[in-house]
Design a protein around this ligand. Sequence first.
Ligand code: UTP
Length: 295
Amino acid sequence: MSEQRKIRKAVFPVAGLGTRFLPATKAVPKEMLTVVDKPVIQYVVDEAAEAGIEHFVFVTGRGKGVIEDYFDIQYELEQMLRERNKNAELTLLSHILPKAGTASFTRQQVPLGLGHAVWCARDIVGNEPFAVLLPDMIMSSEKSCLAGMVDLYGQTGGNVLAVEECDPDQAHKYGIVGKGAPVGDGFKITEMVEKPAKGTAPSNFFINGRYILQPEIFKILETQERGAGNEIQLTDGMLALAKSQEFAAYHFKGETYDCGAKDGFILANLAFALQRPDIRPAIEGPLKKLVSGLL
Ligand code: UTP
């Protein structure tokens, strides 16, 4: 197989309304809610950086300006930290800052759906394959999910989606893929169905919020009708693209937390806090007590 074009750019659609997390999201974007001590968006950007992404494209919307500020220099704060010799904190802040010119922000003026948000990034992405990471899905695994997808993409080219297995009874809640011949750490996708009617799903492998897509998707999204929820759906665009291009699935084996939902967000906080040697000893005991009180 010829060498694939490198995945250099990643799109982070952060323009959604976050209605599942009201009232918190009335004034704070859900991507800025903190898991332990970092905003959710930081986990996803770190995952992309680990996978070799060089340019970070944020599709923002009204009230999301704080995300742009978060990835910028905070002069007064840094000056104050310097004066107080808070060097560890300064180093922490310097790690967050993207290299000049490697972060772009564009606006989706009206939240018309995920497909539309991705389309808003078309000029910045240009004519090359790119990644999309849903910033409310954060993952815990040894090798980052996107890094695994990039490896698989090196073997398959085309489009790659990350998938996980769900309880077959729950398949009607997700975008489900059909399982074809194995390839690398995954398989070829034979079909895609968004929220299949109960008992009709072709498998229990659901799309978990990470995509590698070819730029031809933009042409499709440009003229796409609204679909489910009266929104321009990315899945509908991928279904149209699948008529002319190959799709492969990367079988992700780690844990995924949906931080756009209250239960997923709470679980993420617990799971990531338990991974931290500076926090675990303080919460392990009380947590066990809390849980045993429930049993
Ligand atoms: P979600 O449906 O999970 O996000 O979209 P939402 O609409 O913000 O959340 P709820 O359902 O109202 O609670 C998945 C991702 O797509 C982005 C969201 O920000 C989220 O990261 N999105 C969705 C956009 O950027 N624009 C849209 O028009 C819709």
